[in-house]
Design a protein around this ligand. Structure first.
Ligand SMILES: [Zn+2]
Ligand SMILES: [Zn+2]
Length: 240
């Protein structure tokens, strides 16, 4: 973005310098999720990033700019530093890690608060975040829009990232069917497997460890269908 006089003028109108108190420059302009933004020519720009650009005269090389003073709305360039991660993320991860107890069976038991469905939960900025989803994002990466995080181990309180996988809306609808919320499900042809599901089964089946039953339950098909996939009796063209 280009820093011109117009944007500088707008920017400084929205800064309150607390020179006497802690030296922080508080952003009093637009806020979203506790972060400061400047609306300019139809776009929102991070107040921290603008401050950085004005004073250091270059774009930040790293992904985040965060205040060392831990004052979320501070944009004093002397208090800002470049970072690979946000202070918030570091804090959340520390809190997350303090609530895990590793079990012998490999599951990471969540010792913090739980919601009624048995999932672990953590308060983050006043909202409830599910701990298995946090775990997935910390260790495995971003959860694409519309995806659910499911458990291989069928243990909702487990947050071991290796036991977690992404599920589609189909997995979720199967879950609905099991709970009797969607009576039409079976008539909609869900008894058929998709290529993705077949691949998944072929990649994850371990004899005597993960039974056919697991996949049958997961995809709401009978065990015979899964057996046919594994023996190659059908779906042989799909390589796992
Ligand atoms: Zn500060
Ligand atoms: Zn587990």
């Amino acid at each position: 973005m280009l820093i011109d006089n117009e944007i500088k003028k707008k920017f400084f109108k929205r800064v309150e310098k607390r020179e006497e108190k802690d030296g922080c420059w508080m952003w009093i302009g637009k806020k979203s999720n506790g972060y400061g933004y400047l609306y300019h020519k139809g776009e929102n720009f991070s107040a921290r990033r603008i401050s950085w650009l004005i004073y250091y005269n270059r774009e930040s090389n790293l992904r985040y700019i965060r205040p060392k003073c831990k004052n979320k709305l501070c944009i004093n360039p002397d208090h800002l530093c470049e970072s690979h991660t946000t202070q918030d993320k570091i804090n959340i991860k520390n809190r997350f890690s303090s609530k895990i107890k590793k079990s012998e069976n490999g599951c990471w038991k969540w010792t913090g608060a739980k919601i009624s469905t048995g999932y672990g939960a953590l308060y983050v900025d006043g909202t409830i975040q599910l701990s298995h989803r946090l775990s997935y994002e910390f260790y495995n990466g971003k959860i694409p829009k519309g995806f659910h995080v499911c458990h291989h181990c069928d243990n909702p309180e487990c947050v071991n990232p290796k036991h977690l996988f992404l599920g589609t809306d189909l997995d979720n609808s199967i879950d609905c069917i099991k709970k009797g919320r969607n009576a039409k499900g079976e008539k909609q042809g869900l008894h058929k497997l998709t290529t993705e599901q077949v691949k998944y089964i072929k990649q994850n089946y371990i004899p005597y460890k993960i039974p056919l039953r697991h996949f049958a339950k997961k995809y709401a098909v009978d065990e015979k269908t899964i057996h046919r996939v594994i023996t190659g009796e059908c779906w042989n063209h799909v390589v796992g």
